[in-house]
Design a protein around this ligand. Structure first.
Ligand code: G1P
Length: 303
């Protein structure tokens, strides 16, 4: 059973300034729901009911979002807005939410290590990076947990990227298995130079890990960028036995990046019955207009 997830959310969100000066990036809405709520809902859909946020100063609004808000609830009740009331209560009841402060930004490995006392050494758990949004309802985390039980190995999510993009990610060295979407991961390296990268399969922000990783992280020295890297601890595990790599079958958006964030909004809006019927025709004609305008001024097609 994988019951707990550790969600590192201590980052400053500097790629998204100025809004992140006062709003945690995890609370930026994808349409009308904070990005982090999609992640918590993904956990719940995969059977996880206990979530640990590894936070930092200035992020208490994150905790508030998943807490009861009695003043709001009674205002909605008084106004007879019962659907909204149910929605607000549902967020607070989604999962058992816990928080711990990272204190110093010493790296993703250090952030995950903060979960040791909450998770314990004997339990497998999930790690989900808040910036990596999968299409809602993808069910991918559930498949990772299933692969973890089936292979009894740590499981990482993999995605193919153009070779020149590997320098932004952890990259896997893999061998094929009988399953076309599953690999044995024999090595991982954090943010390599494309010339040295073992493949163009990157680690996406989804991991199912054994509790024994905490002891490995204790012994993991600072790596890339002078930070304690989760990837380096995974390499230590892979030195003993390959990890399982599962190829992502869902669109993935980097919501910590402005372009990725805009795309994620469109992805979600395009699946919403209340928005898609008006948004999509508008988008089509807007693009046509842009194209016509670019044509008349001799500019490049904005597409
Ligand atoms: C982190 C991990 C990296 C992984 C990436 C996925 O990097 O260290 O291995 O590929 O997330 O988004 P970061 O984006 O925090 O630099």
């Amino acid at each position: 059973m994988v019951r707990r997830a550790v969600l590192p959310v201590a980052g400053l969100g500097t790629r998204f300034l100025p809004v992140t000066k006062s709003v945690p990036k995890e609370l930026l809405p994808i349409v009308d729901k904070p990005a982090i709520q999609y992640i918590v809902e993904e956990c719940v859909a995969a059977g996880i009911d206990d979530v640990l946020f590894v936070t930092s100063a200035g992020k208490s609004a994150l905790e508030d979002h998943f807490d009861r808000s009695l003043a709001l609830e009674s205002a909605l009740q008084e106004k007879g807005k019962l659907d909204d009331l149910a929605m607000v209560r549902e967020v607070a009841g989604l999962a058992d939410v816990h928080c711990i402060r990272q204190g110093e930004a010493l790296g993703l490995g250090h952030a995950v290590r903060m979960g040791a006392s909450h998770v314990g050494a004997d339990e497998s758990f999930a790690v989900i990076l808040g910036d990596d949004l999968l299409a809602p309802g993808s069910g991918f985390l559930g498949r990772m947990i299933e692969a973890h039980h089936r292979t009894s190995r740590p499981v990482v999510a993999l995605m193919e990227v153009p070779p020149d993009e590997v320098r932004r990610y952890g990259v896997a060295e893999v061998t094929a298995t009988a399953r076309p979407d599953e690999f044995e991961v024999t090595g991982v390296v954090e943010k390599p130079d494309p010339a040295d990268a073992p493949s163009n399969l990157i680690l996406v922000g989804r991991y199912v890990l054994p509790g024994s990783i905490f002891a490995v992280l204790d012994e993991t020295p600072p790596g890339h960028g002078g930070e304690i890297q989760l990837t380096d601890a995974l390499q230590t595990l892979a030195d003993d036995e390959p990890l399982t790599g599962l190829l992502l079958d869902s669109p993935r958006y980097d919501t910590g990046d402005k372009l990725g964030y805009l795309k994620a909004n469109l992805e979600v809006a395009a699946t919403r019955d209340d928005l898609a019927p008006s948004l999509l025709p508008w988008l089509r004609s807007w693009l046509d207009e842009q194209e016509a305008r670019a044509g008349s001024t001799g500019q490049d097609d904005p597409r």
